[in-house]
Design a protein around this ligand. Sequence first.
Ligand code: NAG
Ligand code: NAG
Ligand code: NAG
Ligand code: NAG
Length: 343
Amino acid sequence: MNIIRVIAVILSGYVELVRQAVACDAGSIRDVPSKGELNGSNFTYPFPLKTFKFMSQRQKLEMAFMDVAPTVEPNGKVAICLHGKNFCAPTWESTARQLSGAGYRVILPDQVGFCKSSKPKSYQYTLQQLSYNTRDLLHALGIENVTVIGHSLGGMTSARFGLMFPEIVEKLVLVNPLGLEDWKALGVPYKSIDELYSFESASNYTSIREYEQPTYYVGHWDDSYDVWVNMLVNIYKGREASTFAFDQALVTDMALSAPVVYEFGLLKPHTLLLIGDKDNTALGKQWSPPDVQAKLGHYDVLGKQAAAAIPNADLIEFAHLGHAPQIQEPDRFHEALLGWLTG
Ligand SMILES: *[C@@H]1O[C@H](CO)[C@@H](O)[C@H](O)[C@H]1NC(C)=O
Ligand SMILES: *[C@@H]1O[C@H](CO)[C@@H](O)[C@H](O)[C@H]1NC(C)=O
Ligand SMILES: *[C@@H]1O[C@H](CO)[C@@H](O)[C@H](O)[C@H]1NC(C)=O
Ligand SMILES: CC(=O)N[C@H]1CO[C@H](CO)[C@@H](O)[C@@H]1O
């Protein structure tokens, strides 16, 4: 009897070891506090927070993410929302509430180098690497099929994700994505990573607001936008300030160097472009000569071009909105998004 018990204990120990080895290989997930400082950000996250720990480029990294359960009868679908360069996962809060209220499970990650995720001292940022990290997070959560919703740089990453993993993308939604044009081919001068780093290091409330007001919000400013600027300033001034600025410089270089626009014809998923037409965002516009600036960031034209180039795409335009329609007019934005997803 005792022998059997001993064997059972040994066996269960062995099973646990194997389970841990498998879990470690696929990355591991743990709960972390939603409040307080994590990897250089002290922003309070609106839903329970977890991290996904995994190996990438010979480093142990952690991606912070929120996993929001449906608040009604589940529809069996999962949506993942990818934030832009100047936002973090919490900026999707109201969208996540809408989606979970429609039966979706919603995954909201912070990408590596951003927000509450690891800030590597060096990392080869590529849209493909960010897509792999995102796909591995979904694997670790046992999620097989997703609706991918990406804004700005997150939209550019989503397009790459859709090109790489069409078999797991049920639908693709690009909200004022970056990468609808190839900035360097249009004449944006090259900036070294050191120059980009100095530029990033100088970020403060004023510089971020001055950048966002004309591009994101068509010249208008509402006090409610401050929360997202302060979330970012907090990281630029936080414990990981210089590493964050360096990571952001690498990220800018990544987006400038790795166009997706030439591959739009290869995108397989059913795609929705949600475009604020007054957006004039273009990477490198600030340091380009006036004749180049004049060519860049015409989202009223770029949205239509992308919709024509992507084989199975629908386009919804907001004639009077800028780069962040989900922030500027959440009700109209969510009506359009949910209408398309469920329609
Ligand atoms: C986060 O940090 C900022 C500036 O360092 C501070 O003003 C703010 O109160 C902090 N917030 C929290 C929730 O700790
Ligand atoms: C996942 O999405 C793909 C692409 O839309 C679809 O072909 C496939 O049937 C879906 N798989 C499951 C298990 O829902
Ligand atoms: C904020 O940054 C801008 C541009 O980097 C700089 O000109 C300005 O002096 C800074 N303001 C403060 C209050 O630090
Ligand atoms: C790279 C890095 O510093 N990651 C840290 C992120 O935060 C978690 C939780 O505090 C730490 O365990 C990681 O080391």
